[in-house]
Design a binder for this molecule. Structure first.
Ligand SMILES: [Zn+2]
Length: 449
C-alpha cells in the first residue's frame, strides 16, 4: 500500500499530551486523509505541495468532547436543532454524546452528514430515545411497564444502531431498571443515565451499570439512610426532591469514600453536569436576557428556555437556599470522586429546555466548573476527550500515528487555566482545517436575528 501523501503540516507548535500534561515544543503535526501521520521536530525546509499552518506560539490539544447534550424538541424544532451543530464545531467541540430525545431519525442523518463533510458539526454519539417508565416525562421516550418488555425495547434500540442506552426515571420501576442493566450488559451495550430513587445504587452497580448522569443519584451511595429513603419513595411518602434532601442530610464521609472507591473499581463513569447546575441554581438573581450567545439560538428553541426559568422563579427562599447549598456540595463531591479515581466525564446538558446552557460554549463552562471544584487545568481537560474516548471505547487524538485528526489550536496555554480553551485559533476535524476566519464565518452565519 502506498503511504498516504502528507496534505497538511501544522508547524512549530506546542503539542500538549493530555494524558500526562507534557508539552512537546517546536513540533510539526503531519496530517493526511483525515489522520495524523506523524509528529516530528520542526524541520527547516518544507516541500511546497503541502499546506502549512503556522502553529508558532500555539498550543494544540485534541478536539473537545461534550459528553451530555440533547438534540430534541419535536418536529417543529428539527431545523433549530440542526442549526446548533455548527456552534459546537466553532467552539472546538468536535464530538458530542447525545443523551436522548425525540429526533432520532434526524440525528442519524446528521451524523452521517457530519461524517461525509456535508454538515459542519460535531461527530455524534447517540442513545436514541430514552428508556423510561409509564407516562414518560420526555417526548419520544420508550415506555416500559414491566421487566418482560425490556428485551424488546433494547432490541429496538439496537436495530436503529444506537451507541449506548440512556435511562430516565419518571416512574420506572426498580425491577424494570435492573433488568435494563442486565439486558444491556448481555449485549455489550453501555447503559447510563438517571435511575429510579427506589433502587439501591449498589444493586445497580453490581448489575453492571456503566455510568451515572447527574450527581443526585451519586448522593444515594453517600447516604447512611439510602434503604430507608428508597422505601419512603416506594410507599409514596416521599418524592424525588424530598429524597434528594434526605440523601444530602444523611451524607457521611466514610460511606462516601467507600462508595467512590466502588465506583472506580467497577468502572462506573460519572457525568456531574456542573455547569447547568450553576446556571439553574442562580436563575433567580442572574438575568440572562442580555446574553450575547442568544443571538445564535433560534427563537423557537429559546422559547423552550421559559419552562425552567418559570419554575426557577417560582421557588421560595428555602428551596433557593437548598439549591445553592447543593450546588456547592456537588463541587466538593466531584473533587472527592476525582481523588478516588472515578472516571469523570464533561457533559454540559446543552439542548432545548435547558435554559441558557449554550451549545459549544457550555462545554468550556463545564471544564471551568471542574477546575472550580478543585481539579487542575490538566485534570479538567482530561474529563472531555480523554475520558470520553475511554468511556466510549473510541480511538481519539492522543498523538498516535493514524489517530483521527481532530484537534484545536489555542492562543493561550490551557494548562495554566482551563478557560484558555476558549482562545481558539483554529479547529481541525477529520483533517479539515477551520481557521479563526472560517470559524467566525460559521458563527456569523449562525446569527438568527
Ligand atoms: Zn440531560
Amino acid at each position: 500500500m502506498d503511504k498516504p501523501r502528507e496534505e497538511i503540516r501544522i508547524t512549530n507548535a506546542n503539542v500538549i499530551d493530555i494524558r500526562n500534561g507534557n508539552i512537546m515544543t517546536a513540533m510539526d503535526i503531519l496530517i493526511a486523509d483525515g489522520k495524523i501521520l506523524a509528529l516530528e521536530k520542526s524541520p527547516k525546509i518544507y516541500s511546497d505541495n503541502v499546506e502549512l499552518i503556522d502553529g508558532s506560539r500555539k498550543y494544540v490539544i485534541p478536539g473537545l468532547w461534550d459528553l451530555h447534550i440533547h438534540l430534541r424538541g419535536g418536529d417543529s424544532l428539527i431545523s433549530a436543532n440542526r442549526s446548533l451543530l455548527p456552534l459546537y464545531l466553532a467552539h472546538g467541540v468536535t464530538t458530542v454524546r447525545d443523551a436522548g430525545g425525540d429526533l432520532t431519525p434526524s440525528i442519524m442523518k446528521w451524523r452521517e452528514a457530519v461524517r461525509s463533510g456535508e454538515i459542519a458539526g460535531p461527530y455524534i454519539f447517540t442513545s436514541g430515545p430514552k428508556l423510561d417508565g409509564p407516562d414518560p416525562t420526555w417526548e419520544g421516550s420508550i415506555e416500559i411497564n414491566s421487566p418482560e418488555e425490556v428485551a424488546a425495547a433494547v432490541d429496538s434500540l439496537e436495530s436503529i444502531g444506537v451507541d449506548y442506552v440512556k435511562t430516565y426515571d419518571s416512574r420506572m420501576s426498580g425491577d424494570v431498571y435492573l433488568s435494563i442493566i442486565q439486558e444491556t450488559q448481555k449485549r455489550g451495550l453501555k447503559v447510563t443515565g438517571h435511575m429510579p430513587m427506589t433502587v439501591s445504587i449498589d444493586e445497580a452497580i453490581d448489575a453492571g451499570l456503566d455510568g451515572i448522569d447527574h450527581l443526585y443519584y451519586v448522593l444515594k451511595g453517600t447516604s447512611s439512610r439510602e434503604e430507608e429513603i428508597n422505601q419512603a419513595v416506594i410507599s409514596g411518602e416521599m418524592g424525588f426532591w424530598g429524597a434528594v434532601r434526605e440523601l444530602l442530610d444523611s451524607y457521611e464521609e466514610e460511606i462516601a469514600t467507600e462508595f467512590y472507591k466502588k465506583l472506580a473499581e467497577n468502572n462506573v463513569a460519572v457525568v456531574p453536569t456542573l455547569h447547568i447546575d450553576d446556571v439553574l441554581s442562580y436563575l433567580h438573581e442572574e438575568d440572562h436576557s442580555g446574553d450575547e450567545f442568544l443571538k445564535y439560538i433560534p427563537d423557537e428553541l429559546e422559547a423552550t428556555y421559559q419552562r425552567r426559568l418559570r419554575s426557577a422563579l417560582r421557588r421560595n427562599e428555602a428551596s433557593i437556599e437548598f439549591e445553592e447549598q447543593m450546588n456547592l456540595f456537588f463541587k466538593d463531591m466531584v473533587n472527592d470522586m476525582y481523588e478516588a479515581g472515578v472516571l469523570l466525564l464533561a457533559g454540559s446538558d446543552a439542548g432545548a429546555y435547558n435554559s441558557f446552557v449554550y451549545p459549544g460554549l457550555s462545554l468550556h463552562k463545564e471544564l471551568e466548573a471542574f477546575q472550580t471544584s478543585g481539579l487542575t487545568p490538566l485534570q479538567a481537560l482530561q474529563t472531555s476527550s480523554l475520558n470520553g474516548a475511554t468511556f466510549l471505547e473510541e480511538n481519539a487524538v492522543f498523538w498516535r500515528a493514524s489517530s483521527e485528526a481532530d484537534l484545536i489550536l489555542l492562543n493561550e496555554n490551557p494548562l495554566d487555566d482551563v478557560a484558555n480553551t476558549t482562545s481558539i485559533f483554529g479547529v481541525m476535524q477529520d483533517g479539515k482545517y477551520y481557521s479563526r476566519e472560517d470559524l467566525d464565518a460559521i458563527l456569523e452565519a449562525a446569527i438568527t436575528d
